[in-house]
Design a protein around this ligand. Structure first.
Ligand code: FE2
Length: 432
């Protein structure tokens, strides 16, 4: 079973990464940052977590307002540092822990915390600023991460209480993960700062220290603080400390503080802290067997349906490259390129030999078995005048005629193409 070994709480300001990359270790302004991270580094080195579950927010880098979610869980197998305008930092990509992420995703939805899920997105300073300061990566990162992105930039944002409860459920998810794994939680963001408007440059060390005290010993007293109150006391952007409250919800009532530091070199108050848990003799242990069964309750039985291929988080990650390739078919320019030179398109997308064979052979059932979702097959059909009915018949291993006889509208051929002329012609021919 997985073990939660403790939590680190840290700011994620870009200055941390900047000071690190610019080798400003001895610069008096930046020195306190490195001093603050030294115990964090030592704790990670001594406790050797396999996975860091990092609660962070993106800064309009990989998540934009065309689709903005309150809670987005990273399920991918690798995360590169993002280009935030001036090129990405020279850090290696960090591995994602797909199995833990999928398990957490399943458990959270079973707990009625509906999430969005992402992969193939680079991570910005929200993750890599603190990560590079506390986990040495010269020879590759020491472990994997599971990033959890909170949409805190566009109001409304999740309330502190919602975040805390999310954390409580997250803890049950981690505790019930069946494999042996050492997991540490990382809360990022804050503390006091405001980076926009005439009020930019606002800080409030007194509030920061009060927040740190209450976070540690009386977190529930922070759950009714409004976004406006966080903004008033700590600066507008400091309201991202709801991410700390999420992590606090996952931890025991009583904590042992291993480390706490605070400095204010520039715009953002930088706090770093390490917490381990005090035993809770009264706590009712989680019935992990029942909890796991509950997390699979909605999908239990699907595996017995012959000819059915559930599109799970694991399938989504496994077949991502091929699904992504086919998704490009919504772009007319790609369709033109693909029709003219499919081999070049396969090469551009880095498709494997098997993936090329599946697409090239229009092996509809092969693609389904591989993990392609049906709704991309109908796009591939639509681009070349193949109707959905052709695809259905092929998946069943039947002729079109045989399959059409099972339908109430035996002459109806259709596809998702906007121009249905080609399909209508086909349908007419079929009826003749
Ligand atoms: Fe931030």
């Amino acid at each position: 079973m997985a073990t939660l070994i403790g939590a680190i709480a840290t700011s994620h300001t870009p200055t941390i990464g900047f000071a690190q990359d610019a080798a400003r270790r001895d610069d008096p302004a930046w020195k306190p940052i490195f001093k603050a991270y030294a115990p964090v580094k030592a704790w990670l080195d001594a406790n050797r977590p396999d996975v860091l579950l990092v609660v962070y927010n993106d800064h309009v880098t990989s998540f934009f307002f065309d689709h903005y979610s309150p809670f987005a869980l990273g399920i991918g197998s690798s995360y590169a540092p993002a280009d935030e305008g001036g090129g990405p930092r020279r850090l290696p990509p960090v591995a994602g822990h797909v199995e833990l992420a999928a398990h957490v995703g399943r458990c959270m939805v079973a707990e009625e915390f509906d999430l969005s899920f992402f992969q193939d997105k680079p991570l910005d300073h929200g993750v890599f600023s603190p990560l590079s300061a506390m986990w040495p990566c010269e020879n590759g990162w020491p472990g994997a991460i599971v990033p959890l992105q909170l949409g805190v930039l566009q109001c409304p944002v999740p309330t502190p209480r919602r975040c805390f409860r999310f954390g409580q459920a997250l803890r049950r998810a981690i505790d019930s993960f069946p494999a042996d794994l050492r997991v540490a939680l990382i809360a990022t963001g804050g503390l006091s700062h405001q980076v926009h408007g005439e009020r930019c440059g606002f800080n409030n060390p007194a509030w920061d220290h009060e927040f740190l005290d209450r976070f540690e010993s009386d977190p529930e007293s922070l759950l009714d603080v409004t976004l406006a109150e966080f903004a008033r006391r700590g600066g507008y952007e400091s309201a991202e400390v709801v991410m700390w409250l999420l992590v606090r919800g996952a931890l025991a009532k009583r904590l042992r503080r291993i480390h706490r530091a605070y400095c204010l070199p520039s715009m953002t108050a930088i706090a770093t802290a390490i917490y381990e848990e005090e035993p809770e003799p009264q706590a009712v242990p989680l019935d992990k067997v029942a909890y796991l069964a509950q997390s699979h309750h909605q999908t239990a039985g699907l595996e017995q349906l012959a000819g059915t291929y559930p599109f799970t988080l694991e399938a989504s990650v496994r077949a991502y490259r091929l699904n992504r390739f086919l998704h490009q078919l919504i772009d007319p320019a790609f369709r033109t390129r693909f029709a003219a030179d499919p081999q070049a398109c396969y090469a551009d997308a880095g498709l494997s030999d098997e993936e090329r064979r599946l697409v090239d052979g229009r092996d509809w059932i092969g693609m389904i078995r591989y993990g392609v979702i049906f709704f991309l097959l109908e796009k591939l059909g639509a681009m070349q005048g193949i109707s959905n009915l052709h695809i259905y018949a092929a998946m069943r291993g039947e002729t079109l005629e045989t399959f059409m006889q099972t339908r109430n509208a035996p002459g109806a051929l259709y596809s998702v193409a906007g121009d249905s002329t080609a399909i209508e012609e086909l349908g007419k021919k079929h009826e003749e």
